[in-house]
Design a protein around this ligand. Structure first.
Ligand SMILES: [Fe+2]
Length: 387
């Protein structure tokens, strides 16, 4: 995040002597995800963050592709993905391409016996059901229903859940997940027409410095493998940091919709951007107010982008028989549009209470074996009606 902040104890100047009460030096770390040219933070540890004690055998969690090439509208029941006690095991990747992985997870247990570090990808975790705490070396973020949690790649974290009934949608992006450039000025500040702004961000707080030695397991994910690494000191041994790189969250309920007299196109719903994809929030809003407006979307050909919609809550105006947690995949190359009856049904309506997350990967996604387990058969015929 290009929002500069200072937390905890830091020296008055970077890269200078900074001693602990016992006379030893604090250990400075520059944390950034794009070399030395991207956004970064300077972090001050009690101990060197490099003290590896042991490493275990790596094992694969690489998604298995079932359908490499797809030109079929498809749909999936995200809530039918199997719940798992273990967080890593619970993450079911459904769609992959060279830019991102997209999946759902129903983790039942908090993970406090290990830490997780994804060096492949920035993560977006959308909380559909459940609440809890994200723990990192930057502090903690309380999350709840409707939150997008953004975790820069390489961030060591733990998730503590309040209950066992958790439903998450997640994106692993091989490029930084950012707020849209069109909402920010040249200095990074959100513009007046942005549907959200700095006040809506949930930043890490409650920085706790863990002065602990022992054995600390960090499961490191790289190129689809998990490498178990044992460190000698607690990874959250930070006394302070400053900079612009840290995890944050923002609630879909703080997305202020942009509306118009006639139908507004999907880009007005944009929430995040990455290389070759966008993520959008469809939120409750007043409908188009031209007296003859058709609020339902028109048929459209998204030739340059696959389109994934994840349904969260409310009636989705353009679709019939949609369930919470259901996902539709409309691949680039096929015209799609409202289900039969949806256009007539929308005329004269004043508002919608739909809540959904849209992910548009610009390159075609491949479909995994996990996705086949929760697919709704024959969805591609669901636009049929008798003429
Ligand atoms: Fe669409």
């Amino acid at each position: 995040m290009p929002v500069y902040r200072q937390v905890g104890k830091i020296p008055h100047k970077r890269h200078i002597v900074f001693r602990q009460d016992n006379g030893s030096l604090y250990h400075e770390e520059l944390f950034g995800t794009e070399g030395f040219g991207g956004i970064s933070s300077l972090v001050y540890h009690l101990y060197p963050p490099t003290m590896v004690k042991e490493k275990g055998q790596p094992y694969s969690i690489r998604p298995e592709v079932a359908i490499e090439d797809n030109l079929q509208n498809r749909s999936y029941l995200g809530f039918d993905a199997a719940p798992e006690n273990d967080y890593i095991k619970s993450r079911k990747v459904l769609f992959v391409n060279d830019d991102m992985h997209i999946g759902v997870a129903s983790p039942k247990k908090s993970f406090d016996n290990y830490f997780f570090k994804n060096v492949d990808a920035d993560e977006m975790i959308f909380v559909h059901h459940g609440s809890g705490v994200l723990k990192t070396m930057y502090g903690q973020i309380n999350f709840e229903y409707g939150d997008y949690v953004i975790i820069p790649r390489g961030t060591v974290y733990q998730l503590e859940f309040i209950s066992e009934d958790n439903k998450l949608l997640f994106v692993e992006s091989f490029s930084p997940i950012e707020t849209p450039s069109k909402y920010r000025n040249q200095y990074g500040q959100f513009l007046e027409h942005s549907p959200f702004c700095e006040r809506d961000l949930k930043l890490p707080n409650h920085l706790e410095t863990h002065d602990e030695k022992g054995e600390f397991l960090i499961n490191i994910k790289k190129r689809g493998l998990i490498y178990p690494y044992i460190y000698e000191t607690h990874p959250f041994d930070v006394v302070g940091y400053d900079g612009c790189s840290y995890p944050y969250a923002i609630s879909i309920f703080n997305f202020e919709p942009i509306t118009g007299r006639i139908h507004m196109p999907p880009p007005i719903h944009q929430q995040f951007q990455g290389t070759n994809f966008v993520i959008c929030s469809f939120v409750p809003r007043m409908y188009d107010y031209h007296p003859h407006a058709i609020p339902a979307p028109y048929h459209h050909s998204n030739i340059d982008s696959d389109e994934l919609l994840y349904y969260v809550d409310g009636d989705f105006m353009s679709r019939n028989n949609i369930q919470k947690g259901q996902i539709t995949l409309h691949p680039a190359g096929l015209t799609h549009g409202p289900h039969p009856g949806a256009i007539e049904r929308s005329i004269g309506k004043k508002e919608t209470n739909e809540l959904a997350v849209m992910i548009d990967p610009f390159k075609p996604v491949q479909i995994t074996k996990e996705a086949l387990n929760i697919e709704i058969k024959d969805y591609y015929k669901s636009w049929h009606y008798d003429l």
